[in-house]
Design a protein around this ligand. Structure first.
Ligand code: NAP
Length: 433
């Protein structure tokens, strides 16, 4: 399609999807959003790392045709639009891209640019790997035990934004309807006249596609388990249903490849606990993936106290939001936490720095570019360019092992060398081998 603001590189090609798999040309066009605040700093540093990794891995046989697209303050100041429709179109057309952090416009019509992008492209999985890099300062004793991958549902739950503000006509209509049609439910609301209300839709379709993606990813990457994290003991028809639909999907679609705690429970009821434990042990020894579940509050505790018991985690939007940042804290914090938003049916994916714009550090060239660099590592792995991804990871590991770090790590590491954002990028490049 014709673009008004963005320029399509004439020497690149589109990533396409054939038979459900990405087909990546030797010079793919990848759209990117630089981001607001510290976005330009971290993007500049990361871009050099990406180009260096691709050059080093493929010695000119592969390269990236970067295509800048606009969103956030840059788009608003230049074009009067926070999220020009062509930006969404570019990510849809070229399928895989990457972005820096974006300001959330205050008082604008858009609640969040990130949420708008995810919804527009139906990027229903928010993928957040949480893995320790040796040498990163951590608040826990054994951060090396942390190696988890969170599949957070990205399109529903409380984030749907169906809300009725206290005191508004819509709020009164809602409570009038409830009082008339569901008096028992209405009676449960302690202070109806002064309550705001948010709805929490969780669907079977939404659950199934998320859990399917998590299980398939776990099988493809030879992981040990998938844990469904939910608060089903309290929210039975949303979070509880998520658990039940998740188990049903696992047994229905991956019958010969998984063993579920739901099966364990059925065997326990029929034959006792010993028989159930024995059946589980046999299944796991034969290489099946364990599908289990955990109540959210316990999961928060145990991911810290027994990190090794968690591997792939599949959960709903709000739990996933909390859990991703809580786990990231164990392995170095949001300065180096990468993420991706994906749709496994269309192949569309936007990888992104998970932190915000950190505006007080904007244009100072000081913040950690690790989050967007590692998001690029995820992107290259997703594209099947694992040699470039491995080099980026080796570069990050090398720079941190040499104790050459940005201010956020420097303040927690005695005797480390303080680097600027751009210098850290250069250090990553030097350690790629
Ligand atoms: P933030 O930008 O993430 O910054 C909070 C703090 O996190 C910073 O003050 C800094 O801590 C640390 N931090 C963030 N990025 C860092 C980096 N690259 N390296 C080292 N430390 C880093 O959160 P915020 O101040 O609440 O939000 C600012 C804006 O970002 C808001 O408009 C918000 O809506 C938006 N936001 C965007 C996204 C996104 O685009 N994905 C996500 C979250 C928020 P210290 O001061 O302690 O060093």
């Amino acid at each position: 399609m014709p673009y008004r603001y963005a320029v399509v590189p004439s020497d690149g090609e589109k990533i396409t999807l054939s038979a459900g798999r990405l087909s990546v040309p030797h010079r793919p066009i990848l759209p990117f959003i630089e981001g607001d605040g510290t976005g330009p700093d971290i993007w500049r540093a990361a871009l050099r790392v990406f180009d260096a990794a691709v050059e080093k891995a493929y010695t000119g046989k592969r390269s990236i045709a970067w295509m800048q697209v606009y969103a956030g303050e840059l788009a608003h100041n230049r074009y009067g639009e926070w999220l020009p429709p062509e930006t969404i179109e570019a990510f849809a057309e070229f399928r895989v891209g990457i972005k820096g952090p974006l300001t959330t416009p205050i008082g604008g019509g858009i609640r969040s640019l990130n949420v708008a992008l995810r919804i527009a492209l139906d990027l229903y999985v928010c993928l957040r790997p949480v893995r320790y890099i040796q040498g990163v300062p951590s608040p826990v004793k054994h951060p090396e035990d942390v190696d988890m991958v969170i599949f957070r549902e990205n399109t529903e739950d409380i984030y749907t934004g169906v809300e009725f503000e206290m005191g508004t006509p819509a709020n009164r209509d809602f409570f009038d309807w409830l009082k008339t049609n569901q008096p028992d439910q209405y009676a449960k609301v302690r202070f109806p006249a002064t309550s705001g209300v948010s709805l929490k839709p969780v669907s079977r379709e939404g659950t199934e596609r998320l859990v399917r993606a998590a299980i398939q990813w776990a099988l493809d990457n030879r992981r040990r388990s998938v844990t469904l994290v939910h608060k089903g003991n309290i929210m039975k028809y949303t979070e509880g249903a998520f658990r039940n639909w998740g188990y049903a999907l696992a047994e229905g679609e991956f019958r010969d490849k998984v063993y579920t705690w739901a099966e364990w429970e059925r065997t326990r009821q029929a034959q006792g606990e010993e028989a159930a434990n024995a059946a589980q042990a046999v299944a796991i020894r034969s290489g099946r993936l364990l599908i289990k579940d955990a109540i959210a509050d316990i999961a928060f505790q145990q991911t810290i106290t027994r990190a090794r018991e968690f591997d792939v985690i599949a959960t709903m939007n709000l739990n996933g939001d909390y859990l991703s940042d809580a786990l990231a804290a164990q392995v170095g914090g949001i300065g180096i936490a990468p993420g991706g938003n994906l749709n496994f049916e269309t192949g569309a994916a936007i990888f992104e720095a998970t932190h915000g714009t950190a505006p007080k550090y904007a244009d100072k060239d000081v913040v950690n570019p690790g989050s967007v660099i590692l998001s690029g590592e995820m992107m290259f792995r997703y594209m099947g360019w694992s040699e470039a991804a491995d080099l980026i990871l080796a570069g990050m590991e090398g720079a941190i092992a040499a104790r050459t770090v940005t201010y956020d790590f420097h303040r927690l590491m005695e005797g480390a060398t303080l680097l600027k954002c751009s210098e850290f990028g250069e250090a990553v490049n030097r350690h790629m081998r």
